[in-house]
Write a protein that binds this ligand. Structure first.
Ligand code: SAM
Ligand code: DTB
Ligand code: SF4
Length: 331
């Protein structure tokens, strides 16, 4: 299947507006052409620095502008990050994603995050970070340290964006994605639905992502987790079929990308999640917590995988495991 970067908005809208079952059927067809039907990629998230963020993203528990009652935490120790990563690997995660509530990493933070990337990578896990905006040199140094993916979301359409964030522009976000791509890392970029946006904004977000020069390898589609104290705390809940339509269209227009069910899964029934997987999603965040909010949890996910016959993609062996294997082969 050819991957297109020249989608126009009308084509995306026509896909989005199809009868729901036609859309889900088409998305599942595209999914099966490009991925193993019953495999799922599992990532685990860890907040390495929590709260007191200077940015004003209206959905976020970590912005210092809102009284979300979140307990802030300074940078956590690298040893703690490694032990959390080991635990995530043992419970079946293949990727470990480390997030910091920063506008961007300062130079003084770079040795800290670089050490962390090297250590997590040596466990045989794929590494991902989300630290805010990056300049070209920071992106290159993270890549050299072994960072596989960088997550930086476009969040919503260009037109709706200024209703949600005023402290960095949509173009700032595109610049960071350019730096990540130029440095040779894989891009993880998606957005949030349920911010009070219209259908045209969901289509606009999908259009921006699918017309990037190279599609993001990973596309998280978050559903707003309303946070008390933030300006979006009381926004009207979006019908779950709109989230599933967004996922299905993402699958069709970015056929080689992993589409991730991200924030918002905790409040969904197993059958809604199964429908989202049927619509072509093939990746999730596992674990009891996302960054600051509760997640579906390992127990519930394992039960869901079993019920649906899904197999998590395997983490790679660690450097230590490989050398034990090599020793036993030569013995
Ligand atoms: N501070 C970094 C940044 O914003 O670039 C990284 C972490 S930030 C929490 C990563 C993404 O999580 C946001 O871009 C947004 O899409 C998503 N997110 C944050 N809070 C959310 C919420 N309450 N509900 C759903 N998604 C959320
Ligand atoms: C993404 O798109 N979703 C994740 C990850 N990238 C970093 C974060 C979701 C955060 C949900 C709210 C919270 O737990 O604070
Ligand atoms: Fe800060 Fe990221 Fe939250 Fe925005 S989404 S307030 S940048 S932590």
């Amino acid at each position: 299947m050819t991957v297109r970067n020249d989608w126009d908005r009308e084509e995306i809208q026509a896909l989005y507006d199809q009868p729901f079952l036609d859309l889900v059927f088409e998305a599942q067809r595209v999914h099966r052409e490009n991925f193993q039907a019953n495999a799922i990629q599992v990532s685990t998230l860890l907040s390495i620095k929590t709260g007191r963020c200077p940015e004003d993203c209206k959905y976020c528990s970590q912005s210092s502008r809102y009284d979300s009652k979140l307990e802030a935490e300074k940078r956590i120790a690298v040893e703690k990050v490694i032990s959390e990563a080991k635990e995530a690997k043992e419970s079946g995660s293949s990727r470990f994603c480390m997030g910091a509530a920063w506008r961007n990493p300062h130079e003084r933070d770079m040795p800290y995050v670089i050490e962390m990337v090297k250590e997590v990578k040596s466990l045989g896990m794929e590494t991902c970070m989300t630290l805010g905006m990056l300049n070209q040199s920071q992106a290159e140094r993270l890549h050299e340290a072994g960072l596989d993916y960088y997550n930086h979301n476009l969040d919503t359409s260009r037109e709706y964006y200024t209703n949600i964030i005023s402290t960095r522009t949509f173009d700032d976000r595109l610049d960071t994605l350019d730096h990540v791509r130029n440095a040779g890392m894989k891009v993880c970029s998606g957005g949030i639905v349920g911010l009070g946006e219209g259908k045209n904004d969901r289509i606009g977000l999908l259009h921006e992502l699918a017309t990037l020069p190279i599609h993001p390898e990973s596309v998280p589609i978050n559903m707003l987790v309303p946070i008390e104290g933030t300006p979006l705390a009381d926004v009207e809940k979006l019908d779950v079929t709109e989230w599933i339509r967004t996922i299905a269209v993402a699958r069709i227009i970015m056929p080689h990308s992993y589409i991730r069910l991200s924030a918002g899964r905790e409040s969904l029934s197993d059958s809604d999640q199964a429908l989202a997987l049927m619509a072509g999603a093939n990746s999730i965040f596992s674990g009891e917590k996302l960054l600051t909010t509760p997640n579906a949890g390992d127990g519930r996910d394992k039960a869901l995988f079993q019920k649906l016959g899904l197999t998590p993609e395997k983490p790679k062996p660690s450097v230590a495991e490989l050398s034990v294997d090599a020793m036993s082969m030569s013995a």
